[in-house]
Ligand binder design. Structure first.
Ligand code: ADP
Ligand code: MG
Length: 700
């Protein structure tokens, strides 16, 4: 594994040159992605602490983090809910409590009355006075006062066996090297942009963020808005954009089958549809068709709100592939959604004589073997399934198109490996990705820089907004009555159980209990239950019953979140709605309001609402528009959470923040163009510097 770039070697000096770094330490550093001295410089602080001065206790306020120093007045062991060590300390301006839940006898003895202690910690409001819970502390000799820190203390991401002090020690060495010019860093930003934005040099910016000078403004630094941080954030966003553009470029070097077709299936399908395509659907279908007729693989993302009719668009693309003599694979993130697509495609395509196959991880050995065989010999033309589609042992005969539904659950890496998996003799399948999480254009040009984007910005006609109300849990009886009324009128109802616990088991248990209670309370109403721990056949059976109108009320966990389509369902109750994010609520609510009747959604909450939860529920009450909701979601949660990229490692940002730094994006995109055009040699080292390993991973 070589990290040496062509343009510069000096910045890749080996880590073992540093004091304190032997093979063991080097290995620990590897674990956090640090392989060279340059990597260490780009291991940036998570936050800062102000330990530059001792703060008078009398001036502290809850929420402050501060260094305080004073004399111990009293130390004792208390038993409240648990055993703890409590001290009181004062400095002449006021008193503050110290509280320890973990402590030993020695600690108890050392904090004896009269000794002087220096503490650092976050101030909280206790019962009778302010207190520090588990502060860092040291005993000081009040006559030989130890110095405070000269500048803000940077706090770094750590790993096992490598703690703050250890990292800080290494940082001091590398920043010294950088400051004394023993270490050179290449500048990759375009000169003109650098000047226009008034950016300092890379060297100065790095020195500032690693060891801010004594007068550095903590509040600005805490928000990441200092010019040095912005300089680095800009470069980081640029590196990510370039890396995705490169992926895109590389994808375009590949050949793909030209899917022209003879219109046989496509026009038959359109004729059989019980409705006309919306204008937006038609436009997007045309964009896709144009791509499919090129000899390079399509990489297209279709954004469309819940219920905008993405499935039909996908079906048209698969038919085009099939009538051109190729197979198409349709992948969804959950069993239940994949099953539903399977049903739809089966209903639509089988009458046309097209064989549709089903592949999930839960298939038993024999049917699995048969399906794999059908895929391999090309008998199966459209294959629907979960991730299982792209696992070991699945070999397509001639795959021309991959459709991925609800893309926010997949990251760029999965996208890439999917494509590789479908490769055949140097040709790659086209890719169509569909998401119901719309995001603003500038943002999508960064996070989806490897894709072309289409938007279905119109709902099918006749959709009525879902009337949404927010009610506390103590109104449960009224709500149950409302459910009863709806069912008696022949409408169908979802009751969604959610829990804060991540545990699926508890969630399923809650759904089971609720279903039992509701069935007891609502005599004569047919109640069904689906949750994630049921067997796929069971789930499927219940869903089919609900779809066929054989059940009135469906109690479910959030497994029904994505994609489930039962137009006659017109009332949804969501329990513990305050615990869900906006996009999840919008997805769930999107299960109703699909038919011609008026629909409603009741968001139930328990306990007192936090400020943020109140805002979220208010947004849901006021809007039915996925774009508005997505924008609010971005504001309230930030893009990392919304796009679910944190887990997938798509945009693991060290310093940039897509929300905060949106203002930089236009310039970032410009810089990316300039670099690709005028300084192509800078592109790779810049990507390496910021992303390193993960780009290599993405190429797998
Ligand atoms: P989503 O975009 O959320 O995946 P679906 O594809 O599940 O939406 O479509 C939602 C519902 O709207 C389905 O019942 C589908 O048959 C219906 N539908 C799709 N397009 C149209 C249209 N142009 N006119 C009327 N109904 C449509
Ligand atoms: Mg869908």
């Amino acid at each position: 594994m070589s990290h040496v770039t062509q343009t510069s070697c000096s910045d890749n000096l080996s880590l073992t040159r540093l004091r304190g770094v032997g093979p063991k330490m080097a290995e620990r550093l590897e674990r956090i992605g640090v392989h060279s001295i340059q990597d260490l410089l780009f291991h940036l602080p998570l936050r800062y602490e102000d330990r530059t001065r001792i703060v008078p206790i009398g001036s502290l306020r809850p929420g402050d983090s501060a260094v305080v120093q004073g004399k111990i007045q009293l130390t004792e062991i208390k038993f409240a809910r648990r055993r703890m060590l409590v001290s009181r300390m004062s400095d002449g301006t006021g008193s503050i409590g110290l509280r320890f839940f973990y402590f030993n006898a020695q600690q108890q003895q050392s904090l004896t009355r009269g000794v002087t202690v220096r503490c650092y910690g976050e101030v909280r409001k206790g019962k009778t006075m302010l207190e520090l819970v588990h502060p860092e502390y040291s005993l000081v000799d009040e006559h030989s006062v130890p110095e405070v820190q000269e500048h803000l203390t940077a706090i770094y991401p750590t790993t096992e066996g490598l703690h703050q002090l250890g990292i800080r020690n290494l940082m001091t060495q590398v920043t010294d090297l950088l400051a004394s010019a023993k270490l050179q860093l290449d500048e990759f930003l375009p000169e003109a942009i650098q000047q226009e934005l008034g950016f300092e040099t890379l060297r100065d910016a790095l020195l500032y963020v690693h060891c801010p000078p004594p007068d550095a403004p903590l509040d600005v630094m805490a928000e990441g808005k200092h010019s040095s941080q912005q300089r680095l954030a800009f470069e980081e966003l640029l590196a990510h954009t370039l890396s995705l553009r490169k992926l895109r470029h590389r994808a375009q070097q590949h050949a793909a089958p030209v899917l022209k077709g003879n219109d046989q299936h496509v026009s038959a399908f359109k004729q059989n549809l019980p409705f006309e395509l919306t204008g937006a659907q038609q436009r997007v279908v045309e964009e896709i068709e144009t791509d499919l007729q090129q000899a390079v693989p399509m990489q297209r993302l279709v954004q469309g709100d819940v219920g905008s009719g993405k499935t039909v668009v996908a079906a048209l693309a698969t038919l085009r592939a099939v009538e051109s003599g190729y197979q198409a694979a349709v992948m969804a993130p959950t069993e239940i959604l994949a099953e539903q697509h399977y049903r739809n495609f089966l209903d639509w395509l089988e009458p046309m004589g097209i064989e549709v196959a089903w592949l999930s991880g839960k298939l038993k050995a024999k049917p699995r073997r048969e399906t794999l065989e059908a895929i391999y010999i090309g008998k199966a033309r459209v294959i629907v399934g979960t991730h299982a589609l792209f696992q070991e042992g699945v070999n397509f005969s001639e795959l021309g198109l991959i459709v991925v539904d609800e893309q926010h659950r997949f990251g760029v890496h999965q996208r890439m490996s999917l494509r590789e998996k479908g490769a055949n003799n140097g040709t790659y399948p086209h890719q169509l990705i569909m998401t119901a999480t719309p995001i603003p254009r500038t943002l999508s040009m960064t996070v989806y820089a490897d894709l072309d984007c289409s938007v279905i910005d119109e709902l099918p006609p006749g959709r009525k907004p879902v009337e949404t109300v927010v009610l506390p849990e103590n109104r449960r009886e009224d709500i149950v009555q409302r459910v009863e009324q709806a069912c008696r009128q022949g409408r169908q109802v979802y009751w969604v159980c959610t829990l804060i616990e991540e545990s699926e088991k508890l969630q399923c248990q809650a759904a089971e209990d609720t279903a039992t209670l509701l069935a007891d309370a609502l005599q004569g109403i047919r109640v069904g239950l689906v949750h994630g721990r049921m067997k796929p056949e069971q789930k499927e059976q219940v869903m089919q019953q609900f779809k066929a109108g054989e059940l009135d009320l469906l109690v479910a966990t959030t497994v029904i979140e994505v994609g489930v389509d039962v137009p006659n369902a017109s009332l949804m109750i969501i329990e513990n709605a305050e615990r869900l994010g906006l996009s999840q609520l919008h997805q769930l609510r999107g299960r109703v309001g699909r038919g011609s009747q008026e629909s409603a959604c009741v968001l139930m909450y328990a306990g007192k609402l936090s400020q943020n939860a109140r805002q979220r529920l208010a947004v849901m009450r006021e809007s039915n528009d996925g774009f508005v909701i997505a924008r609010k979601d971005l504001e309230l949660r930030g893009p990392g959470e919304v796009l679910g990229t944190r887990q997938t490692g798509m945009l693991q940002l060290r310093i940039a923040d897509l929300q905060r730094d949106q203002g930089l994006i236009t310039r970032v995109l410009q810089s990316a163009d300039i670099l690709l055009k005028s300084h192509p040699a800078h592109v790779e080292p810049l990507i390496q510097r910021w992303i390193g390993e993960s780009t290599r991973y993405a190429e797998v």
